[in-house]
Design a protein around this ligand. Structure first.
Ligand SMILES: [Zn+2]
Length: 267
């Protein structure tokens, strides 16, 4: 799964790069004005498509630099984020582990799950962790109309508000997929889109040791690490087992685990 997804990403990047490289190559060889003008138009189109594709598929990419994907590398702080919850016992285990290691984290919750477990959502917030929304039902926001995307975003936040969770105005897009229109809606609503430095593909449910090994190199200042405590029917035990060693390693490396707003100096 991991490699297939990476391969698809590389193929997409190569395709869009070719749309830019092709016209550049043509431009260099063209001798006539009309020919050069044609390649220049193609190059402009290719560049626009490249920026658009990067914006949609690259979670932390924004030509206007509005999307944090890591914190300051100076200092000794990093942030762990948990997506797709809250998720019953799995989230409880995460809370217990975080407390044992005096760590704070950030939870991007799915509205539907919040509606099913409002008490748990409140408990996460009450423990001092930051809580943000991860849409209402985890739809890919680049594959639905703007109206549907806006509803996903607004209902997700409404679910948190209804559960009585203090709104941190944080939002994470499912799979990091976004469009320019979605971004405009988020800005209008005063929501901050948060990306991540590294994911460890824990949703593929590899063995705990695999998750821990993938995470190891990212336990360093400034990282925003992506993990998952949801969804409802996923067995997250490999992740929670790996979390234990991630927290221990952070302690050994003297890295303090803080919320995303703390890491970014927002609170
Ligand atoms: Zn997700």
């Amino acid at each position: 799964m991991k490699f297939r997804r990476q391969l698809r990403g590389i193929a997409r990047a190569l395709f869009h790069l070719a749309l830019v490289a092709g016209p550049i190559w043509g431009l260099a060889r063209a001798s006539q004005t009309a020919e050069r003008a044609l390649y220049a138009v193609l190059l402009a189109g290719g560049l626009a498509l490249l920026v658009w594709a990067a914006f949609v598929y690259w979670p932390g990419f924004d030509p206007l630099f509005r999307i944090p994907w890591r914190g300051p590398r100076r200092g000794r702080r990093m942030a762990i984020t948990f997506d797709d919850g809250p998720n019953g016992d799995q989230t409880m285990t995460v809370l217990r582990l975080l407390e044992q290691h005096q760590a704070k984290a950030t939870f991007f919750m799915i509205g539907q799950n919040v509606e099913r477990q409002p008490e748990l959502a409140r408990q996460v917030a009450a423990a001092g962790h930051a809580v943000g929304s991860h849409t209402y039902s985890h739809r890919k926001l680049n594959q639905v109309s703007l109206a549907e995307a806006a509803e996903e975003i607004d209902r997700g936040h409404a679910a948190l508000a209804a559960a009585g969770v203090a709104d941190a105005r944080l939002f994470r897009a499912p799979h990091g997929l976004k469009t320019f229109a979605v971004m405009r809606h988020l800005v209008k609503r005063g929501l901050r889109l948060i990306a991540w430095t590294a994911g460890v593909y824990d949703t593929d449910c590899p063995h705990a040791s695999v998750i821990a090994r993938r995470a190891r190199r990212w336990i360093r200042p400034g990282t925003i690490l992506l993990l998952h405590d949801g969804k409802m029917d996923h067995d997250r035990r490999p992740m929670t087992e790996a979390l234990e060693s991630v927290l221990q390693l952070a302690q050994r490396r003297r890295i303090q685990l803080v919320t995303v707003p703390q890491l970014l100096g927002w609170s």
